[in-house]
Design a protein around this ligand. Structure first.
Ligand code: NA7
Length: 536
């Protein structure tokens, strides 16, 4: 990769996951000079890194896949309803090869710093190892769930066994015959536990907050099913783009609280059996109305009571105190079964805090638990972690990390005032993680590509979000979030300000409504953005 001093690239993209790959393809097809810098040794982004056993998509793969190429859609055959990580990675490998993307990707390279130069309207981008690239536009395709978090347990540095993180898995670490301490019961912890329990001698689950999990309802995807869905795909994709969450199917009609007991029991049972987020779609108002939500939560709690045989374990893993769906609803394959195994125990660290880690044990204030390996399924610095990890300096040397210290702000989740020619794919203030993210990625990529074409046609050097428009957007996003039950839970959807206030990060106004707003802004000549012909 090079951009010599006289010819900066049109765009540099950071990250070669779903977002970066399609962005590269779109910009290259449009005739821009563009490169990607990727920290991993290959493509895949989150699907490259998250290689823990059991890692799997929780949205049907036919929906969680690109729609931009009908030929790709026709040729690729998903073998399961919810593809496992190796299959999704194989898909992204196929996409990279099919569209000949690798030649413009620099692997094993991490962007450490990006500095805006007002005089030349160029980003100077530093890559670890000392390389520098100049580009007119910097596009962050860094992913919302890519900066892993590890808890700071007292004495962890003294631990003599293996330490693994689900998002940085090491396949060479043996599991058989060992005692494993698993921290975290989010999507990753719930997926990995059955796999660990089947291989290890014993697993102790250190749980902080129990999450609701519904059976995935996974199954092989047969040729008949694939053939039946193929002709419907264009309409289904179009519906997903206009839907609230980017899914093929919308919620069932009506309100849970307006239904009677028998009706609710039937409806919840049907949707529970439908897999993953099915239960949350049983009625239209489950994420908006507390009383309706409470019916769904009570149904799920009763199911956990049926599925987990030991009453004390069931009590520990049954969520209370927040609306169902206000934290990411998890998808389980064998999680509740694993909790019934004799080699699995659950420690609630709120009741029984961890006080120390020793060379081969986790010590709580009530007991000592042998551990030959620790598995952290403790999640990510969500939505903004990977962006803040880069030292990004905008106008007047302002640091993006400082600008976001009181919560992230971005116009449409796409652009930040004070940081010209910078785009954030699925950034904070866009539907991102609260949608089928592939649908949201394609929408952002198309919007950015169309924007760059617009600028090129008009010889415009810079585009920058206006501070007022950005503030209005974030206030709107916050107001919309507070019309729902999402902010009622402490979850990774929320960032924190310096003084500890919560800021809800994804836009919950709906994928369709959001798309319309983005299109309206573009059609109005990028209203809310300042466009300059010459460097300011
Ligand atoms: P999540 O959903 O952020 O889960 C992280 C889990 O780790 C969660 O249960 C945390 O509890 C737990 N955690 C964090 N620190 C500790 C300590 N110190 N002790 C015990 N437990 C702890 O990350 P995932 O990787 O599971 O999933 C992220 C998303 O990726 C997922 O939603 C899908 O969209 C894909 P907490 O809830 O903070 O109390």
């Amino acid at each position: 990769m090079s951009s010599d001093a006289t010819t900066p690239l049109d765009a540099l993209i950071v990250g070669a996951g779903f977002a970066g790959l399609y962005m590269l393809h779109r910009l290259r097809e449009a005739g821009f000079s563009v490169r990607v810098v990727e920290a991993g040794a290959s493509v895949g982004g989150t699907w490259y890194w998250n290689r823990y056993p059991g890692a799997r998509c929780d949205i049907p793969s036919v929906e969680y896949s690109y729609s931009f190429s009908p030929e790709l859609e026709r040729d690729w055959r998903w073998t399961e309803r919810y593809a496992a990580q190796p299959e999704i990675l194989a898909y992204l490998d196929h996409v990279a090869d099919r569209f000949d993307l690798r030649r413009d990707i620099r692997f094993d390279a991490r962007v450490t710093r990006a500095t805006w130069d007002d005089r030349t309207a160029v980003w100077h981008i530093d890559i670890d190892g000392g390389a520098r690239v100049d580009a007119h536009h910097l596009i962050l395709a860094t992913g919302a769930l890519s900066a892993p978090k590890t808890p700071d347990l007292p004495g962890l540095d003294r631990f003599a066994g293996d330490i693994l993180h689900t998002a940085r898995w090491d396949e060479t670490v043996p599991l058989a015959g060992r005692h494993i301490a698993l921290f975290g019961t989010g999507s990753s912890g719930i997926q990995v536990l059955p796999q660990l329990a089947a291989r290890a001698d014993a697993v102790t689950v250190f749980q902080r907050t129990p999450n609701f999990a519904v059976p995935a309802g996974n199954r092989p995807l047969g040729e008949d099913e694939r053939a039946a869905i193929a002709p419907q795909l264009p309409q289904l994709r179009a519906a997903a783009r206009q839907s609230p969450l980017g899914w093929f199917d919308g919620p069932g009609p009506g309100s849970a609280k307006a239904d009677d007991d028998a009706g609710r029991a039937r409806r919840f049972a049907d949707y529970w059996a439908g897999g993953t987020t099915g239960l949350l779609r049983a009625y239209q108002d489950l994420l908006f109305d507390e009383e309706s939500n409470a019916y769904a939560a009570a149904f799920a709690r009763a199911k956990i009571g049926e599925l987990v045989s030991d009453p004390e374990t069931a009590r520990k893993v049954t969520p209370t105190g927040y609306p169902i769906g206000s934290r990411r609803l998890c998808s389980e394959i064998g999680y509740y079964d694993a909790l019934n195994r004799r080699n699995v125990a659950v420690v609630d660290v709120r009741e029984e805090p961890v006080v120390a880690v020793t060379d081969h044990a986790i010590v709580t204030d009530r007991g000592t638990y042998r551990a030959d390996a620790i598995v952290f399924a403790t999640g990510f610095d969500a939505c903004i972690g990977a962006i803040r990890a880069i030292d990004i300096r905008g106008r007047d040397g302002r640091a993006l990390a400082d600008e976001w210290a009181d919560g992230p702000r971005a116009l449409l989740g796409l652009a930040v005032a004070g940081f010209p020619n910078l785009f954030t794919i699925t950034g904070p203030g866009s539907p991102s993680v609260l949608s089928n993210v592939v649908v949201s990625i394609e929408q952002h990529v198309d919007w950015i590509a169309d924007c760059l074409i617009h600028l090129r046609e008009r010889d415009i050097a810079t585009i920058e979000a206006d501070a007022d428009a950005e503030r209005d957007w974030m206030e709107h996003a916050d107001a919309v979030a507070h019309q729902t039950l999402f902010p009622r839970a402490d979850s990774w959807y929320q960032g924190r300000t310096r003084d500890g206030r919560r800021v809800f990060m994804p836009y919950v106004g709906g994928v369709g409504a959001y798309r319309a707003k983005c299109d309206e802004i573009a059609a109005a000549g990028y209203a809310g953005f300042s466009l300059e012909k010459v460097p300011a």
